[in-house]
Every structure is written in C-alpha cells, then in structure tokens.
Ligand binder design. Structure first.
Ligand SMILES: Cc1cc2nc3c(=O)[nH]c(=O)nc-3n(C[C@H](O)[C@H](O)[C@H](O)COP(=O)(O)O)c2cc1C
Length: 301
C-alpha cells in the first residue's frame, strides 16, 4: 500500500478521499454499503442556524452526463444537529466535517461558533457557494469583498480547520481563493455546482420549481479541473478538488492539477461504494507508476 496520508490545515487524512456535502447524508446512510472508517473525511449535509424546508418539488432533473438539483439546503438546523445527529456520528473513525451555510454573516458566525464547541468535529466547510437559496449562499462567494468578509468574521469565532467552498459561477475563481486565504481560510474546496436550467418542451415549462438549479456530475469535470489548476497557482493553502469525479482516474487528474484531496458527490448516487473504489484505485495508480506516496503526484501538471 502506498502512503496515502495528506494534511488539510490541522487535519491528517488517512487518504485524500472525502465525501461531498449533500450527497452522503450524515454518513450513517452509507454504513451498510461501505466501511466509513476507510474514508479520509466525511462532509455532512449543509447545516444552517435555523430549520430550512428546502425548495418545493420538483427539485431534481437528470441531464446528459449529470444532474440539476435545487434542494435548497433542507435541514433541521444546527441545534437539531447538535442534539440528535452529533451523538450518532461522533464516534465514526474518520474526520467528520460540517458544511455550514447562512443567509447573513451573523448566521454563519453563530452556526460556526456552535460547531466549534463539538470536540469530535475538527473542521467546518463554509459553503459560500450554494446557488439554490434566495438569500446569502452563492451571493457571498461571487465577490472578493463579501467572500473575505464572511471568512474574516467566522475566523474570529472558529479556531478549528476552516475550509471555504468556492463557487464556479464567477469570472475569476483564483481571485476569490486569494481573498479567502488572506482572511484566514486553512483550505479551499472547489467547485460547488454550476448554475443551470432544464426545460420540458412538451409542457413548455421549466422542470425545476425554482427554474434554475445547480449542475453536477461528469459533465462539470473539465471546468472543475481547470479551476483547481488555476487556484493551485494562486494560493498556498491546500486545495480540495471536486466536481464530476466518477472514478479513480478522475481523482488522480485532480491531484495532478494541484488538489491535495478530493471529494466525491453525485457519483455516490450511482454507486454507493464508489469512494472505496476510488481510494483503492488511487493506490493502484501510484503502485503502477512507481510512486511511494500520494504527495509525490500532487500538482505534477
Ligand atoms: C443533491 C445535492 C445536494 C447538495 N447539497 C450541498 C450542500 O448542502 N452544501 C454544499 O456545499 N454543496 C452541496 N452540493 C454540491 C456538492 O457538494 C458538490 O460541490 C457538487 O455536486 C459537485 O460535485 P459532484 O459533481 O461530484 O457532485 C450538493 C449537490 C447535490 C447534487
């Protein structure tokens, strides 16, 4: 077995494979399919200060090589997470990371401060890139000033590892990455979904209740890969790459482009064991090419 350890902020991951928020529940939903302790990290569902119903149905649409979603951060709020979910997941033997969203800076700060008190959650991923909410969400991630402001405010209350999840719906993602690094982000993850739309021609209506939604899956990979490569040249903090990773070769491509770790999202819906196959496949790639450690291939391209 090659050495698959990587570091993100103060976290050590036993391998670079994480699950993407919103595609893996709280992890427990997948416990019948895989040994959760084999994962580098699990990023749980988006969590907000207050309960959110999410958007009305229909909020999913299949597209060629991908899907559109407009779930809209449905969750029961951070207090419910702390009381009901945390006790169930805190002993899973991997890095358990909470994805935090908000409509205002105060929301982000209040939620992050509550998560900071949880001993077994070593990191948060700040979602400043959700395209499916009316207020906040992606709006924070599309200008350097607002992205920097939310990270600066959260940094003051959150001492753990702070990952900031970037939006691809911008002209220059590298400048946003630099802005959040300057305000104290320990890592950036990219990409969140791309804004898209689907129309039912027979009914002459949009398919999603929200009209637009977030595109994910294999179709977004070339864009995500290009953005990871651009951001890798712009910042010093470790990058977590995601967007359309469907197999181990895709994951290796992100590592070569400069990602220290990767996340798997939509592919979990197709194959609930995909994360384990990707871990084994990265190891196989390293052995086949004579590398002893995954570190040796990060940023080679
Ligand atoms: C159904 C669904 C729900 C999602 N929910 C969240 C979320 O709550 N927070 C977040 O940061 N990203 C969320 N995402 C975005 C994914 O984490 C990921 O960034 C995106 O899907 C691209 O990766 P993929 O192509 O591997 O799926 C969601 C994606 C999907 C498909």
């Amino acid at each position: 077995m090659a050495d698959l350890n990587v570091k993100i902020g103060s976290l050590t991951l036993k391998n670079p494979v994480m699950t993407a928020s919103g595609t893996f529940g709280y992890g427990l939903e997948f416990a019948d399919f895989i040994d959760l302790s084999r994962l580098g990290a699990i990023i749980v569902k988006g969590t907000t200060l207050h309960h959110r119903e999410g958007n009305p149905y229909p909020r999913m649409a299949e597209t060629p090589s991908g899907m559109l979603n407009a779930v809209g951060l449905q969750n029961k709020g951070v207090e419910y997470f702390i009381q009901k979910i945390y006790p169930e997941i805190k002993n899973i033997d991997t890095n358990m990371i909470v994805n935090v969203s908000g409509s205002t800076i105060d929301d982000y700060v209040a939620t992050s401060a509550k998560i900071a008190a949880l001993e077994k959650i070593p990191a948060i991923e700040l979602n400043i890139s959700c395209p499916n909410v009316k207020e906040g969400g992606m709006a924070f991630g599309t200008s350097c000033k607002s992205a920097g402001n939310v990270v600066k405010a959260v940094r003051q209350v959150y001492p753990g590892t702070l990952i900031v999840k970037l939006s691809p719906n911008v002209t220059d993602i590298a400048e946003i990455a630099r802005a959040v690094e300057a305000e104290g982000a320990d890592s950036v993850s990219l990409i969140n979904t791309l804004l898209g739309m689907a129309i039912d021609a027979e009914r002459r209506k949009p398919i999603l209740s929200t009209v637009t939604g977030g595109l994910s899956g294999a179709c977004v990979k070339p864009i995500a890969l290009r953005m990871v490569w651009q951001v890798a040249k712009a910042v010093k903090v470790p990058i977590i790459g995601l967007g359309g990773i469907m197999n181990a070769t895709d994951a290796v491509e992100f590592l070569l482009a400069g990602a220290t770790a990767v996340q798997i999202g939509t592919a979990n819906f197709i194959d609930p064991q995909i994360t384990i196959k990707v871990i084994d496949g990265i190891n196989g790639y390293l052995k086949r090419h004579g590398y002893n450690s995954v570190q040796e291939i990060i940023g080679l391209v």
